[in-house]
Design a protein. Structure first.
Length: 280
């Protein structure tokens, strides 16, 4: 199934701007539509405090919020226009918890794109956590680094492969993209075993054969971490090879918002230097 509709989490931040540029580039390539999704969380006013606020004040608070959302939409459409995107563009405003709202809305699109979770990395209170979204959406999620400057697609990609269930799921979810690439590197970190499935078959030969049946030319690239962590080895590869996208699986269990992904996933998302497609 071809990529025909992209959703973009947009809040007007620098990270969202970078994600929008990448989304437009993808939409132009795949002739897809773009829907900007903004999640508005209404101010919580306790009943005790509400009794002391006049109706006029409450209405002013609501109007200020409405104008802010309208300004964000204007910024979104202005950036779309500046990037000379001529395809269909839509805008959707959701209310409630950002992670839940984005996950629910994102299920109706081929791919959801978002900027890097910079606020979560900085451990800011109330920040949207990547786990919350990735665990819930059930669709591929592309995270674009904050400040990333898209360039012409080289039609290359990379997959972080450890033979685990989550790696296989991510590869399958990315197939719509991988089938359009002229070159795909299967990254295998020497000495790394999957914490999710320590008995998973690590060799990439069989997955390369599978990809070949889909018309994808893939090559195994073995990374020697040395004194580096597996995440550092993958990030160094991405810095040098500069693939259009890195595909990797994410796993973890625990309370929402807790950084309980595998350490490699967590470190890559914190220091990413290329767009990363993740799925769970």
């Amino acid at each position: 199934m071809a990529i025909k509709d992209l959703a973009l989490a947009y809040d007007g931040s620098t990270a969202a701007h970078s994600a929008l540029e990448f989304a437009v580039q993808m939409a132009k390539k795949y002739e897809a539509e773009i829907t900007g999704i903004h999640v508005y969380s209404p101010a919580k006013i306790s009943e005790d405090f509400r009794r002391w606020i006049s109706q006029d004040v409450l209405e002013n608070i609501q109007e200020t919020a409405r104008l802010k959302v309208a300004e964000i939409e204007k910024e979104f459409r202005g950036q779309i226009s500046a990037l000379e995107f001529k395809g269909p563009v839509h805008w959707s405003v959701e209310t409630g918890n950002p992670g839940i709202a984005l996950a629910r809305k994102g299920r109706f699109f081929d791919i959801l794109l978002t900027g890097q979770f910079a606020r979560a990395i900085r451990r800011e209170q109330g920040a949207l956590q990547p786990e919350e979204l990735i665990h819930s959406i059930g669709k591929p999620l592309i995270i674009v680094p904050e400040g990333y400057k898209p360039r012409e697609f080289k039609e290359t990609a990379a997959v972080a492969w450890d033979g685990s269930r989550s790696a296989a799921r991510a590869l399958s979810d990315a197939m719509q993209i991988l089938e359009t690439k002229r070159k795909l590197d299967i990254l295998v970190v020497e000495g790394k075993k999957s914490h999710e499935d320590p008995y998973a078959p690590l060799p990439a030969a069989e997955i390369i054969t599978h990809l070949g049946r889909h018309g994808v030319t893939a090559t195994e690239v073995r990374l020697e971490p040395g004194k580096r962590s597996p995440a550092e080895a993958v990030l160094e590869y991405c810095g040098e090879a500069d693939p259009d996208v890195l595909v990797m699986g994410a796993f973890g269990r625990g309370k929402l918002g807790a950084m309980l992904f595998g350490s490699m996933t967590t470190k890559v998302l914190a220091s990413m230097n290329v767009p990363v497609l993740v799925s769970h």
